[in-house]
Each structure stands twice: as structure tokens, then as C-alpha cells.
Write a protein that binds this ligand. Sequence first.
Ligand code: 5GP
Length: 201
Amino acid sequence: MKKGLLVIISGPAGSGKGTIVKRVRELAPFDFSVSATTRKPRQGEEEGVHYYFVTKEDFEKKIAEGEMLEYAQYVGNYYGTPKKPVEKALAEGKNIILDIEVKGALQVKEKMPEAVMIYVLPPDYETLLARIRGRGTETEDVIQKRMTEARTEIKTFPKYDYVVINRENGIDEAANDVLAILHAETMRTSRNAEIPETFFS
Ligand code: 5GP
């Protein structure tokens, strides 16, 4: 069976990547990797759906026991991807999306170079700031820290394979851009390496 696609989506807080991932998953069969975090749940976030909300001690135990595919600290909290569900999905031929920040994304790419890395950005910085403020889920202090993080994160931009711009009212367009990228990815010769063997048989 052919392995599924491992897709990494990153982008600054307020880029809209979460909404794009949701839309992509409505349009095509993609599993979502539920991360573990030490951050407190936001209103409406459910355990095991949006995140596994764990204590710092639990998180550090998972790291020590080798349960994490990758992990990173982001604005004072740990975030990480449990390894088993990702490996299982790919082995079963399922596609899986990871919504993770850049330090973790680079760890995954190192271990699994076939991962497709997509960076999501709004059209400009003002839009980014307006979106994160409009979301109203963070204090001004946390917003400032996330914006500082965004400036550092963007230095990793060239390591990503693709960039998708999330324009005003552009969720559908951005989701279709992601799907177009992933569609093309399935046609890479490297993902179809068996063809020269099987074609004539
Ligand atoms: P938020 O607190 O807004 O849900 O997420 C903050 C940042 O952490 C986002 O950039 C998100 O993509 C990232 N993130 C979420 N889960 C993971 C994870 O498992 N690993 C890493 N490295 N980053 C994550």
C-alpha cells in the first residue's frame, strides 16, 4: 500500500491556518494530528479534538519516553506531536496534517524528508495583527509575544516547500491552493517510484 501524505502547515498566529486546515478536511480525506500542549484550553476547545491538554510534568514524561515525533516551546508552553498516530496513519495509507510551529516542523522534516511543508501567511502584517486582535482569545501581552515569535519564525520561510496566502474572505481559495499542492505532490516521481517496475508487468 502506498504511504499517505504527511503535510505540515505552519504560519503565524492569526494567519488563519487552523481555519484553512478545517476547510481542507471538509473537502478531502485528511487525518489531523492532535497535539499535546501545556497551554490552557481556550473557550470551545475540546480535549482530544483540538489538543491533549497536559501538565508540564506529563509532557516532559512523554518526551523522556520517546513518545513525541517533535516538540517545541512556544510563548511559554510546550507543544508536541504524538508519534504513534502519525506513523499509524501513514502506514495505513492515510494522509495526515500537522498544524505546528516552525521549530517542530524542521524536526519532522529532518526525520521524514518526504513531508510536504506549507507556510500560510495573510497578505500583510496589518492584516495579521488585526486578525489576531479580532480573534479576542489572547491578552495584549500574549499577542505581542506571538507577534515577536512571528518575526523570528519567518526567517525559516525558505525551508518550506510552498507558501499559501490567506486573502480577505479567502479561506476557500487558500484551501483549494493547499489541495492543488497536495494533488501535485501525489504525482511526484519519487512517490511513484514503483512505476518503472510495474508498468511492463
Ligand atoms: P495555539 O496556542 O494558537 O493553538 O498554537 C500556537 C502555535 O503552536 C501554533 O503556531 C501552532 O501551529 C503550534 N503548535 C500546535 N501544535 C503543535 C505541535 O504539536 N508541535 C509544535 N511544534 N507546534 C505546535
